[in-house]
Design a protein around this ligand. Structure first.
Ligand code: ZN
Length: 132
C-alpha cells in the first residue's frame, strides 16, 4: 500500500496562457513509456526538477491512503522524471500547498501511473474508487 505524505513543497503555476503545450514533450515521453491515454499537460511545474507536470482528472473520486487517513481526490499531478505524484487537497488548488505527495521507484511508479491513467476518464463522476 502506498501512503501519501503531506506535501512540504511550494507549487508554482505558469502565469501566461501559451499557444503551445509546454508539457507536450514530457507528456509524449510518458505516453510512450507507460502507455498512458488519460494524462494531459499541466500548467504546474514540478517543485523538485522544475519541469512541467502532467495530470489526470478522475470522473469518480480516487481514494488514496495518506498519513492523515483516506482522502478522495478528484485529480492528480505527476512528474514522470522525478517519479512523483502530487494531489491537491479536495476543494483546493495545488498552489494552496496543502496537498499530498508520493515518490516511488521505477516499477512502483509505472504501476501507479498506469492505475491512475486507468481511472482517469471523461465519464460522469459517481462513486469512489480505490488506489492501493
Ligand atoms: Zn520533477
Amino acid at each position: 500500500m502506498q501512503i501519501f505524505r503531506r506535501t512540504t513543497f511550494s507549487y508554482k503555476e505558469e502565469n501566461l496562457a501559451s499557444i503551445w503545450n509546454p508539457a507536450e514533450d514530457i507528456l509524449k515521453e510518458a505516453i510512450a513509456q507507460y502507455g498512458l491515454s488519460n494524462f494531459y499537460g499541466a500548467s504546474y511545474f514540478c517543485p523538485e526538477c522544475g519541469k512541467h507536470m502532467i495530470k489526470t482528472v478522475f470522473p469518480t473520486d480516487l481514494a488514496i491512503i495518506t498519513v492523515e487517513g483516506i482522502v478522495g481526490i478528484p485529480r492528480i499531478f505527476s512528474c514522470p522524471k522525478c517519479k512523483t505524484f502530487h494531489a491537491p487537497t479536495p476543494g483546493y488548488k495545488l498552489s494552496a500547498n496543502n496537498g499530498y505527495y508520493l515518490k516511488l521507484h521505477n516499477d512502483e511508479f509505472a504501476e501507479a501511473i498506469r492505475t491512475f491513467d486507468k481511472y482517469g476518464s471523461t465519464e460522469g463522476r459517481k462513486n469512489t474508487i480505490w488506489f492501493y
